[in-house]
Write a protein that binds this ligand. Structure first.
Ligand code: TXA
Ligand code: MG
Length: 342
């Protein structure tokens, strides 16, 4: 049975204790963060953590992020904490930054997918922080979607994927940022960006100087041992997704042409784009700003999919700020089916 706890009006201390009790008992609780919903369990309880992998259908070598509510908890999880990590935490925690650090022995190998490092983040969401504090445990939580599906930005998305399969879902309304956290590896020097996310790369570099970017971030084929998450197909709806990239006007021309041609073939077409109207069967307006596009992208993929379109055509955007994270997700959703126009 799944209990859905309504906390759309904000943190409720009494209700959060009910959810925390599930965490303490080694059960699974889905909860909102500022990025996307997480599927949480006690990070130090390997039996509980294994349940996350089973529920999601997640490969065991894809490590989880451990969520904390107090900076001191870092020292219970990481055996070395470089001063850059402390500096970044001061600037960006709570917030959408995950730091990979050498792990302490008490963190189960199940949580870290067998790696000698642990990914840690302090979410900026009162319900997430309230749950971690009330359960008195660091909470391991991947995004609360079935592996390979778009990440959830609404409790409804979590219900679609997990109702009847987990003990508890906290409904905290729509998540603010909409793309997952930025993952930064601090076990190497200079630190390396493993996943672009809600905290733009430029902001990190303002604080600690230039960092390396893992080649897979730019969609290159590489040795994927470092962050196993990168090798799995991600964010894909059932429909075929195609991204069109290039100069805005050219992209729009190309999209219109594709819609016409594919419709002529009898296909049902969905379009996700920024502001303009296309003659598609289904249209999702992502909004104009990077922030709006990030917030809407996963929802657009899920909603267009629900409407049973055969093809989703997505407008590419510039890879600066949040655009880097947005394009990383879109290209993955498309399985790298990208049309470039000049
Ligand atoms: O915003 C987020 O990060 C959300 C919310 C719930 O906090 N969580 C999330 O978790 O997106 P997940 O599991 O979907 O993505 C975690 C990513 C994966 O790409 C994984 O490979 C990487 O972090 N990761 C975790 N631990 C790692 C480690 N020790 N070394 C390298 N990469 C790691
Ligand atoms: Mg995920």
């Amino acid at each position: 049975m799944t209990i859905v706890i309504n906390m759309r009006d904000g943190l409720d201390e009494r209700k959060v204790k009910i959810a925390a009790r599930f965490i303490k008992k080694g059960k699974l609780v889905a909860f909102p963060t500022e990025t996307v919903y997480g599927l949480g369990a006690n990070a130090l309880d390997k039996e509980a953590v294994i349940k996350i992998f089973h529920a999601k259908g997640r490969p065991a070598d894809n490590p989880l992020i451990v969520h904390i509510a107090d900076f001191e908890q870092v020292y219970e999880l990481a055996r070395e904490v470089p001063k850059e990590a402390e500096l970044l935490a001061k600037h960006f925690w709570p917030g959408p930054l995950t730091m990979v650090l050498p792990k302490k022995e008490n963190v189960p190998n199940e949580t870290t997918g067998g790696l000698d490092s642990v990914a840690i983040r302090m979410p900026s969401h009162e319900i997430a922080l309230g749950l971690i504090k009330a359960s008195k445990k660091p909470i391991a939580a991947p995004s609360a979607n079935i592996s390979g599906r778009p990440s959830p930005t609404l409790a409804e998305h979590v219900v679609d994927d997990f109702y009847g399969k987990i003990e508890c879902i906290i409904d905290g309304g729509e998540t603010k940022i909409g793309v997952e956290s930025t993952v930064l590896d601090l076990t190497t020097w200079p630190p390396m960006l493993l996943r672009p996310g809600g905290l733009p790369l430029e902001k990190i570099e303002e604080v600690i100087g230039e960092i390396q970017i893992h080649p897979a971030v730019m969609g290159k084929e590489v040795d994927l041992a470092k962050s196993p998450g990168m090798k799995y197909k991600h964010y894909s709806p059932n429909a075929e997704v195609v991204v069109v990239e290039g100069k805005k006007e050219k992209v729009r021309e190309k999209l219109k042409e594709l819609i016409r041609d594919l419709k002529a073939e009898g296909l049902k077409i969905g379009v996700m784009a920024t502001g303009d109207f296309y003659e598609a069967d289904e249209y999702f307006n992502l909004g104009e700003s990077e922030e709006e596009i990030a917030r809407n992208m996963f929802k657009a993929l899920r909603e267009l999919d629900k409407k049973g379109v055969d093809v989703i055509l997505a407008e590419g955007i510039e890879e600066k700020g949040l655009g880097l994270a947005i394009m990383n997700r879109l290209r993955k959703a498309a399985g790298y089916k990208i049309i470039k126009v000049q």
